[in-house]
Design a protein around this ligand. Structure first.
Ligand code: AMP
Length: 111
């Protein structure tokens, strides 16, 4: 089932887009948890990481590559990438997305 992220991909609703290519789109999180909080998503509708197929390996790798490209372009000193998987894993929107978080000290373990 399509989510709000599909509407962002299709430009049916606005988003603060920071990067886009044929495979992916990245935009600022509407409710940021840090000064930099960007979501990188595939244009292909994969509900969550655990539902990726082997054929999606390059696509998922591409999302991480985009995250590092954005981090470099923004000159981020350090950053964290997070993928919440499933309701119990803290996922709320069931369209695979990588959180790129930076701009404040990031503690470990995460909450
Ligand atoms: P998750 O909890 O991992 O599923 O993350 C979903 C994220 O999407 C949350 O951080 C939300 O703040 C963010 N979000 C929800 N709707 C929008 C939107 N329309 N534009 C940007 N970010 C959104």
């Amino acid at each position: 089932m399509s989510t709000v992220f599909k509407k962002i991909i299709d430009k049916e609703i606005p988003a603060d887009i920071v990067y886009e290519d044929d495979l992916s789109i990245a935009f600022r999180d509407i409710n940021p948890v840090a000064p930099v909080h960007i979501l990188i998503i595939p244009k292909k509708e994969i509900p969550m990481l655990s539902e990726m197929n082997q054929e999606d390996t390059n696509l998922v790798g591409h999302l991480l590559w985009v995250a590092t490209k954005i981090a470099k372009n923004m000159d981020l000193k350090g950053f964290r990438v997070v993928i919440n998987n499933g309701k119990e894993g803290g996922q709320h929107i069931f369209h695979l997305h990588v959180h790129l978080v930076s701009g404040r000290p990031l503690s470990w373990p995460p909450g």
